[in-house]
Design a protein around this ligand. Structure first.
Ligand SMILES: Nc1ncnc2c1ncn2[C@@H]1O[C@H](COP(=O)(O)OP(=O)(O)OP(=O)(O)O)[C@@H](O)[C@H]1O
Ligand SMILES: [Mg+2]
Length: 418
């Protein structure tokens, strides 16, 4: 077992993750000269929250935070830890086993290995193969298959399969260092796929940037498939290329356990600040449109890990990533373990204009929030009104889950009229 893992960004080794001895799981970072030479000391190209060459003293947890944010949560993390022969708190041990295909362009490899040195590719799947991968997600999370060299990690609580896809739509199993290009999220105990698919269609109709998505049925199980926006098709017959992204926790050097604002995690204002300082001015307006959309569809779960930024390969600029994990949580049909209906949590992952309950957010809350980011109130008011209009206009023309569309219409009208 290697005790040094090298984080590669694009084709450059950027930082070495080293385990510190001791009873708690701690890591230490050693910046590689190749990364410093390519991007320069202080470059945010890996992470705005962890600039290249940042001091990483024993008490500095930024390195650990960045890498811990690349792992899933809950039972998926527990299963990956078990497969890696370690505990969920051992970020290093889990990434050593499952860090080769991550969010963005980072690959974690044992010291001495080169990314893609053994090639890689995709094997076409039959419908039976797809059913098997989906039904085995509790055992092989994310569709991980170390026997074919596919060792992926991706954040989030929900079960997912990471796959490739041929131009004709055939699903594929990635092997060795071929990147996964689609994320498949099956319904869990609560039906979510149709809800998320409906919200994504509405978002697309409102002109928001969304990944291509499809609602599938795999042996009676509804499943949302989204194309990865952090992968680009190659010009020729090569493998797809990884595009770098980081989430709102990574970009603000926040551990994943603090993803909700009320736990001390990033506020919307912090994310707006990132876009203002490292992106283009348009990014802040896009964030306001998106926040208006989240409130109008009734998505209370928009926390800092449901927001990502994309990085350019060679410049320090960042851009707001397309929308993901957007669902009308207020429309969820929830039941407890005995089948009794329960009310969805209306508590916001991030406050909007100091409002912490999605049922109480109004257009004025959105304008207050935007004003706190530095947007003029009049401009904010126009953006909020326009986005609400777009949503209400799109609803009758959007095919989707009627329950969700009705809940969204009521919520959007309430926000507009209050
Ligand atoms: N279309 C996409 N392209 C690239 N990366 C994506 C895409 N969708 C999601 N991701 C990445 O995968 C991670 C998990 O996705 P998502 O938020 O949908 O999962 P989840 O399990 O539903 O999350 P949560 O724990 O918030 O419920 C995101 O944080 C993001 O980094
Ligand atoms: Mg999420």
């Amino acid at each position: 077992m290697a005790d040094r893992l090298v984080a590669w960004l694009h084709d450059t080794p950027v930082v070495v993750v080293v385990v510190l001895p001791g009873p708690v799981f701690r890591i230490h970072l050693e910046w590689r000269p190749e990364g410093i030479e390519r991007w320069g000391l202080g470059s945010p190209v890996l992470s705005v929250g962890l600039p290249i060459g940042s001091p990483t003293g024993p008490r500095d947890t930024r390195g650990l935070d960045f890498f811990e944010n690349m792992l899933p949560e809950g039972p998926i993390l527990a299963r990956m830890a078990a497969l890696a022969g370690t505990r969920p708190a051992d970020t290093y041990g889990i990434l050593q086993a499952f860090g080769r295909d991550c969010a963005g362009a980072v690959m974690l490899l044992p010291d001495g290995e080169q990314p893609g040195a053994d090639g890689g590719g995709y094997t076409p799947m039959t419908p039976g193969d797809l059913r098997r991968v989906i039904s085995a997600l509790d055992v092989a999370p994310l569709g991980a298959a170390p026997e074919r060299g596919f060792r992926p990690s991706l954040a989030g609580f929900q079960r997912k399969a990471l796959l490739g896809r041929a131009a004709d739509g055939t699903w594929q199993l990635p092997y060795r260092d071929a990147p996964s290009t689609w994320i498949l999220k099956p319904d869990g105990p609560h039906p979510m796929a149709a809800d998320e698919a409906t919200c994504l269609r509405l978002a697309a109709a409102c002109g928001l940037a969304v990944p291509e998505a499809e609602l599938l049925d795999v042996a009676g199980l509804p499943l949302l498939a989204v194309r990865r926006y952090d992968r680009h098709d190659p010009a020729d017959g090569d493998l797809p290329v990884r595009v770098h992204q980081e989430d709102g926790c990574q970009a603000t050097a926040t551990p994943p356990g603090l993803k909700y604002e009320e736990q001390g995690g990033p506020a919307l204002r912090d994310l707006a600040g990132l876009l203002r300082n490292f992106g283009e001015p348009r990014g802040v307006t896009s964030l306001l449109r998106r926040t208006t959309f989240n409130m109008a569809v009734g998505n209370a779960d928009a926390h800092a890990k449901n927001f990502s930024v994309l990085h350019d390969r060679d410049s320090p600029a960042i851009r707001l990533a397309p929308l993901y994990d957007v669902l009308s949580t207020i429309a969820l049909d929830l039941t407890d373990s005995t089948g009794q209906p329960i009310r969805a949590d209306t508590h916001l992952g991030q406050r909007v204009g100091r409002q912490a309950d999605i049922r109480k957010v109004t257009a004025a809350s959105l304008i207050d929030e935007a004003a706190a980011w530095g947007i003029r109130r009049r401009a904010a008011s126009a953006i909020v009104a326009e986005t609400l209009d777009q949503i209400l206009t799109a609803i009758p023309a959007t095919p989707g889950d009627e329950r969700v569309l009705t809940a969204v219409r009521k919520q959007a009208e309430r926000i507009r009229d209050n």
